[in-house]
Design a protein around this ligand. Structure first.
Ligand SMILES: *Cc1c(COP(=O)(O)O)cnc(C)c1O
Length: 486
């Protein structure tokens, strides 16, 4: 695959230099011009002045901070076509354009890639990202749990939030509280809970213990499900800082049984980990494949294609078993478009937030078609291999400590760690990022500063990138003669 390389053969920096940033800022034209500069002039301006002020998130293999993912050639080409043809993908109009047909197919191919049944998950949609998909999950989930509480009353009542509003539906269903039960949920879940009227405070984390806070405390989960509130269970698969998974296949079967007993909804936030479903069932990956097994038992699933497939930012997806309910919540009934409901492909405007929608499906379709299942699996294996090599280095070093623990077989595409020396740890992220050759995240883990390397690019080269990372780690610790701890 070529490097989309418009300037030089060198590996671009992970972050722009201070000078490039300052130049870019100084070059921005801030007053609207009466007469435009013309395309040629602006092209040069964008390439020569503005672009050097961008991060290397797509072009540099050693960008390990936000998992925007890079962009494959096939996806980039398709994205350009999507803009060129500027299709309307809100309404399914099969006699006018094939666009929604391509979108539906791309979603089905994704379901095939990730082993979710196309029949069991007829609700499928591209979104702007996992935040938007989590919002859909919370919106359809709350519709379900309140209606289900109403159905379980005697006599049963029909309590639809989408018709009556949250307050009236809850009154009729005699629901006093809606809770979202999770472990170390992504921040976007709180935002979704806020936006759909459940409330941030209603998101409850039920960690197993201090050593494995990403796993569900099954006893606490059962207790909360019995407390009379309407419940949405949100499974972090995986957790974004540590890359660990909330459940295994056996636990999720139990959670499904509990959810059915209590009328709860199961949502999966798989923005980070869903891709592990394509890994081979081998010993080396068993902790990961266990972590994503059984997810087909969920009611709704969030995925992030820009992270997992390296299509252009932004592209998320949402799957649900409950297509009719999804349409109940999101249908656009007063529009002139609705005569399309009887068609085989539901119009996307009735499935999600947007009316105007970008043709995000085309890059997904192109990428899956161009590279196939094996390439995607091989890519993930390379990403895991790099993460595990770096994790092993850290676990054996005197300067650094691997988080959340030393279990290398549980390492996914994330390396979470800290410096053992406190003074180094507080400035570790900035020291590592100072060279601009790599970019890592600084975050808090269990109340302490920690650093995260997230491998999310198809440009990964295990040998080369391992050397780059070790060099940076050694430079930061000033310890080139790092010893083996054990
Ligand atoms: C990245 C991520 C999100 C947010 O995704 P966006 O696409 O940025 O909206 C949500 N949940 C998890 C677990 C994530 O990793």
């Amino acid at each position: 695959m070529s490097n989309l390389d418009f300037t030089s053969a060198e590996i671009p920096q992970a972050l722009p230099s201070a000078e490039s940033l300052a130049n870019a800022e100084a070059s921005i034209v801030t007053s609207l011009l009466d007469a435009g500069l013309g395309f040629e002039h602006v092209k040069k301006h964008l390439l020569n002045d503005i672009a050097p002020g961008f991060t290397g998130s797509s072009r540099c293999p050693n960008y390990y901070a936000f998992t925007t993912g890079a962009v494959t050639d096939a996806a980039l080409f398709a994205d350009w076509l999507a803009s060129t043809y500027d299709q309307n993908v809100q309404v399914h109009l099969p006699k006018e354009t094939i666009a929604t047909g391509v979108e539906d197919t791309a979603l089905r191919l994704l379901q095939q890639l990730l082993s979710f049944s196309e029949v069991d998950f007829p609700g499928r949609l591209f979104t702007t990202g996992a935040t938007a998909s989590n919002l859909l999950g919370m919106a359809v989930g709350r519709e379900f749990v309140v209606a289900e509480a109403g159905r379980r009353n005697s006599p049963p009542v029909h309590a639809s939030i989408s018709q009556l509003g949250l307050l009236e539906a809850c009154l009729q269903a005699r629901v006093q509280n809606i809770q979202v039960l999770s472990t170390l949920p992504h921040s976007s879940l709180y935002k979704a809970a806020s936006a759909v009227g459940i409330g941030r405070n209603s998101v409850v984390s039920l960690p197993l213990n201090i050593d494995e806070p990403w796993r569900f405390d099954m006893a606490a989960l059962e207790q909360h499900l019995s407390n009379g509130a309407a419940s949405i269970i949100s499974i972090s698969a995986g957790e974004v800082s540590s890359g660990r998974f909330a459940t295994d296949g056996q636990e999720i079967a139990k959670i499904r049984a509990l959810a059915d007993k209590h009328g709860a909804w199961i949502h999966v936030d798989g923005a980070f980990g869903l891709q592990a479903r394509i890994l081979p069932q081998t010993e080396a990956y068993s902790a990961l494949t266990d972590g994503v097994s059984g997810l087909h038992l969920a009611d709704s699933i969030t995925g992030d294609a820009h992270k997992l497939l390296n299509v252009p930012y932004d592209c998320g997806f949402f799957f649900t078993r409950h297509l009719a309910l999804q349409q109940t919540v999101f249908s656009n009934p007063n529009s002139a478009y609705l005569s399309t409901t009887a068609l085989s492909i539901p119009s996307p405007l009735n499935l999600g937030v947007e009316n105007s929608r970008r043709f995000r499906a085309l890059p997904v379709y192109a990428s899956l078609l161009a590279y196939g299942r094996v390439w995607h699996c091989d890519l993930l294996e390379r990403q895991i291999a790099l993460a595990r090599r770096v994790a092993a280095y850290i676990a054996n070093s005197t300067a650094y400590e691997l988080l959340p623990n030393d279990e290398l077989d549980k390492v996914y595409i994330v390396v979470l760690f800290r410096a053992r020396m406190r003074s180094l740890n507080t400035q570790l992220g900035s020291l590592l990022n100072a060279s601009k050759k790599i970019h890592v995240s600084e975050l808090q883990w269990m109340g302490q500063p920690a650093t995260r390397i997230a491998v999310g690019t198809w440009r990964v080269d295990v040998e080369r990138d391992f050397r780059v990372l070790v060099e940076a780690l050694e430079a930061a610790s000033g310890d080139t003669a790092w010893g083996q701890r054990r």
